[in-house]
Design a protein. Structure first.
Length: 332
C-alpha cells in the first residue's frame, strides 16, 4: 500500500502547490503525512465508474475501435448496444457475470421481441467489448466467453432475375431514377458508398469511380457499364444545382441524397412493379451476376470491397440451376 500512499501524496501536492503559500506548504505536508499513515489507501479505477449508468471505459473502447477505422455506422451500433446493456444491467464491467448477459439477452427476447439473429449480434458485440477489457487489463476474465452462441437460420438472399431488373428499370419515371438503378447495379456499391460519391470521383474515359469512403474507410475503384454511363450523363444534363454530389434530392434545395432517401427512391420504384427491391438487393444481384458471368472470386471480392472472400460468397451464392448447368458442362 506504500506505493499507493506515495502516489496519493504526490498527486495531492501537485494540486495544492499553486493554491497554498510556499511558507505554509511544509506544515501542510507534515499534517498530510501524519494523516495518511493511519489509512489504507488503494487506487480506484475511475474508468470503470459509470456516468449516467454508462462506464467511462465504453468511451475508451469506442475510441480504440474508431482508430481501427470501423465505419461510423458500426461505431453507432456498438455505442447504442453497450449503452443499453449497462443501463439495463446497472453494474460496472468488473461486476458483470455470464448470468447478467444471459438475463439481458432474455430481456431483449421477451420484452423487446428481438430476433435470434439480433440477439446473437448483441452477444458478439458484448463479447468483443469484454475481450478488449481483458486485453487492456481492465478485467481478468471475459464473462461473455461462456455465453452460448444463439443459433438462427440465415434467410436466403435472392437476387433479382434479368427480367426483374429490366422491369425495375422500365418502371422508373425519371432519368434520375433510372440512373440510380443502373449505377447501383453496375457498380455493386453499398448505399452509403453511393450517396458519398461526388461527380469529380468519376473517370468517364475508363468508366470508373473512386469509392473514398468504403466500409472501414477503405478506398477502392469500381466500374460502371455503358448503359449506366448513358443514364448518368443524361441525368447530370438535367441538373442546375451546384452540388458536388453525384446524386442529389429531387426537390429544391438539391442537397446530397442520403441513405434513407436512396432507400425510399428504390422502394417507390419497386412498388410500381409489385417487387421487393432495395439498394442492397441490387448489390447482391451485381455479385451473383459476376459469378454467373465467370468472374473470379478474388476480383469480385475487390470490386465489392470485402475483407474476406467468405463474405463475397454469402452475398453471391449460386442457385441450383447454375450448379446443374455446370455439372452438365463438365460431366456430360
Amino acid at each position: 500500500m506504500a506505493d499507493n500512499s506515495e502516489s496519493f501524496r504526490n498527486e495531492l501536492v501537485s494540486r495544492l502547490i499553486n493554491s497554498i503559500p510556499q511558507d505554509q506548504m511544509q506544515n501542510v505536508l507534515n499534517a498530510l503525512d501524519a494523516t495518511v499513515s493511519g489509512y489504507d489507501i488503494s487506487h480506484k479505477p475511475t474508468a470503470l465508474i459509470t456516468t449516467d449508468g454508462v462506464p467511462e471505459v465504453v468511451k475508451y473502447y469506442l475510441v480504440s475501435k474508431a482508430v481501427e477505422n470501423l465505419s461510423k455506422g458500426t461505431l453507432k451500433i456498438y455505442r447504442l448496444r453497450l449503452i443499453d446493456f449497462f443501463n439495463v444491467v446497472k453494474k460496472i464491467p468488473t461486476d458483470i457475470r455470464a448470468s447478467d448477459i444471459r438475463s439481458y439477452l432474455f430481456f431483449c427476447q421477451t420484452q423487446r421481441n428481438a430476433s435470434d439473429a439480433y440477439r446473437d449480434t448483441i452477444r458478439r458485440i458484448l463479447n468483443a467489448f469484454f475481450e478488449w477489457l481483458c486485453a487492456n487489463d481492465y478485467t481478468l476474465k471475459n464473462p461473455c466467453a461462456s455465453v452460448e452462441r444463439i443459433k438462427y437460420q440465415t434467410p436466403q438472399r435472392v437476387p433479382l432475375t434479368a427480367y426483374e431488373l429490366e422491369d425495375l428499370r422500365w418502371h422508373c419515371k425519371t432519368i434520375r431514377e433510372k440512373a440510380l438503378v443502373d449505377f447501383l447495379y453496375s457498380t455493386g456499391v453499398r448505399a452509403s458508398e453511393c450517396t458519398a460519391v461526388n461527380i469529380a470521383d468519376i473517370d468517364w474515359v475508363s468508366r470508373s469511380v473512386v469509392v473514398r469512403h468504403g466500409k472501414g474507410n477503405k478506398r477502392r475503384m469500381v466500374y460502371f457499364n455503358a448503359e449506366s454511363e448513358l443514364t448518368l450523363r443524361k441525368y447530370l444534363e438535367t441538373r442546375s444545382d451546384s452540388s458536388e454530389a453525384l446524386f442529389v434530392t429531387s426537390r429544391n434545395p438539391h442537397h446530397r441524397l442520403g441513405i434513407r432517401g436512396l432507400q425510399n427512391e428504390i422502394s417507390r420504384i419497386s412498388e410500381r412493379c409489385s417487387m421487393n427491391a432495395h439498394p442492397h438487393k441490387l448489390r447482391h444481384t451485381f455479385a451473383t451476376s459476376g459469378l454467373q458471368g465467370g468472374m473470379s472470386l478474388d476480383k469480385l471480392q475487390a470490386l465489392m470491397g470485402h475483407a474476406k472472400p467468405e463474405t463475397t460468397l454469402i452475398y453471391a451464392k449460386l442457385d441450383q440451376t447454375d450448379i446443374q448447368r455446370e455439372h452438365r458442362r463438365v460431366y456430360s
